[in-house]
Design a protein around this ligand. Structure first.
Ligand SMILES: [Ca+2]
Ligand SMILES: [Ca+2]
Ligand SMILES: [Ca+2]
Ligand SMILES: [Ca+2]
Length: 365
C-alpha cells in the first residue's frame, strides 16, 4: 500500500521498497498473538488509545464476521449499548456482499459505514484481462527492488531480509541511527481480525540497515515495537537535535510520537528552495561526499512529496554521517535537470538552506 524510493546501498542509484498485505511468517506473528490475546493489552496501557476505546477496538477485532449477531450481543454487558450498535452496523455492512439491498438500512448517522456499504454494493462486473504480459505481483511479502542500472531492477527482498510485514500500510526509508545507511520503518495493522487471521496486531517493524549488506529486524531494541493499528507516519526532527523522530497515526486511535534517543552519530540536513523549478524542489536530488577524497562515502537523497500511505515527509534531505564531522562536497541536481556542485566544507550538526534565485546564482544559509 506504499512505494518509496531511496538508495539503500549507497551506490547512488535509487532503489524501491513496496509494502502491502504481506503476512510473512515470522516469530512476530506468534508474539503479536501473545501480546494481543486478551484485553490486558489495553489494561496494561500498551496502546496509545484511551482504555475504553482500546477495549472497544479489541472486541471488534475479535468478532468473527458470521451471519448471526451473537458475539455482538455478548459485548453488551461489559461494553454497553453503543459498542453493540457499532458492532451490529459493522457486521451488517460486511454482509452486504451477500445482500446488497440492505445499504438503505444502515442508519444515516453511520456515515462511513453507509459510504462503505454503497461502495461495496456497486461492485462492477470484472472484465477479463489478458495478464500474460503483466509484471506479476509478488504475493505475501514486502518487496525491495535493487536498481541494477542498465539491467533493470532485481528482487532482493529475501536476500536482504527485508520482506517481512503484516497488513503493511506504509514503509519508508530513513537513516534513524545516523550511521550513513538508510533503514526502513514499516507501519502494520488492521482492525478486522476475521479478514486477516488472529494475528492482526503485528507490531510495526524496523529494519536496521547493516551497511548495505543485510537488514535486521530491530523494532524491539529501537523502541518502535508498536502493536496499535498503525496506518501512516512521517519522519521529522521534532526537537532539532539532528536525528529523525517519528509521528505516527493509527486507524482507530490517536497520534503517537516516537522521540529518537538512540544515536550519538553526526548528521546534516539540507532544505532546498527553488525559484525556477518548484518551490520545495520536489524531484531534486542532493548528493554529499565526506572524508578527504571524493571517493569516500557518498549518499544521495531525492526530495519527495510522497512515499507512504496517505503520508509523506517534510521536503528536507537528512543524511546520517556516522562519526564524520563534516561534508566536503555537495551536488544538487535540480528538478529542471541542471546541476550545481559546492566544493566547500559543510559542518555536521546544522541544517543548510540552499536557494536558487530566479535571477541570480544559488545562495547558502
Ligand atoms: Ca542503490
Ligand atoms: Ca541507519
Ligand atoms: Ca530528533
Ligand atoms: Ca534525539
Amino acid at each position: 500500500m506504499s512505494i518509496d524510493t531511496a538508495d539503500y546501498n549507497n551506490d547512488l542509484m535509487l532503489d524501491i521498497y513496496m509494502t502491502g498485505g504481506s503476512w510473512t511468517e515470522t516469530p512476530e506473528r506468534e508474539r503479536a498473538a501473545a501480546v494481543y490475546k486478551d484485553s490486558q493489552f489495553c489494561l496494561n496501557k500498551q496502546s496509545v488509545n484511551k482504555q475504553k476505546e482500546c477495549l472497544k477496538i479489541w472486541m471488534l477485532s475479535k468478532i468473527n464476521l458470521v451471519k448471526d449477531f451473537k458475539e455482538c450481543e455478548e459485548m453488551r454487558e461489559r461494553y454497553g449499548d453503543e459498542t453493540v450498535r457499532d458492532c451490529l452496523v459493522a457486521e451488517r455492512v460486511h454482509q452486504m456482499k451477500f445482500d446488497r439491498t440492505s445499504c438503505s438500512k444502515v442508519p444515516e448517522n453511520y456515515k462511513i459505514y453507509k459510504t462503505l456499504c454503497n461502495a461495496i454494493e456497486g461492485y462492477p462486473e470484472r472484465k477479463k484481462l489478458n495478464t500474460s504480459e503483466f509484471v506479476k505481483q509478488i504475493p505475501v511479502a514486502n518487496v525491495l527492488l535493487e536498481n541494477k542500472g542498465e539491467t533493470g531492477f532485481a528482487d532482493i527482498s529475501a536476500d536482504k531480509n527485508a520482506q517481512y510485514g503484516a497488513w503493511s500500510w506504509a514503509g519508508k526509508f530513513a537513516d534513524l541511527d545516523n550511521d550513513g545507511w538508510q533503514d526502513i520503518y514499516v507501519a502494520n495493522g488492521s482492525v478486522y481480525a476475521a479478514f486477516v487471521g488472529p494475528t492482526t496486531h503485528s507490531p510495526n517493524m524496523f529494519f536496521h540497515n547493516k551497511q548495505g549488506s543485510q537488514f535486521s529486524l530491530k523494532h524491539v531494541s529501537f523502541g518502535l515495537d508498536d502493536f496499535d493499528h498503525s496506518s501512516a507516519f512521517t519522519y521529522i526532527d521534532i526537537d532539532n537535535d539532528g536525528d529523525l523522530d517519528i509521528i505516527g497515526n493509527t486507524t482507530h486511535g490517536g497520534l503517537k510520537v516516537f522521540k529518537n534517543n538512540h544515536t550519538l552519530n553526526n548528521s546534516i540536513m539540507f532544505e532546498i528552495n527553488d525559484e525556477i523549478g518548484n518551490t520545495d524542489c520536489i524531484g531534486c536530488k542532493i548528493l554529499v561526499a565526506t572524508g578527504p577524497s571524493e571517493r569516500e562515502l557518498k549518499q544521495i537523497r531525492e526530495i519527495k512529496a510522497g512515499g507512504g500511505f496517505l503520508s509523506f515527509d517534510a521536503p528536507y534531505a537528512h543524511f546520517g554521517l556516522g562519526d564524520e564531522t563534516s561534508v566536503n562536497r555537495v551536488a544538487v541536481i535540480w528538478s529542471t535537470g541542471e546541476r550545481i556542485v559546492f566544493n566547500r566544507k559543510f559542518d555536521a550538526g546544522y541544517k543548510y538552506v540552499i536557494t536558487r534565485k530566479s535571477v541570480s546564482r544559488p545562495t547558502i544559509e
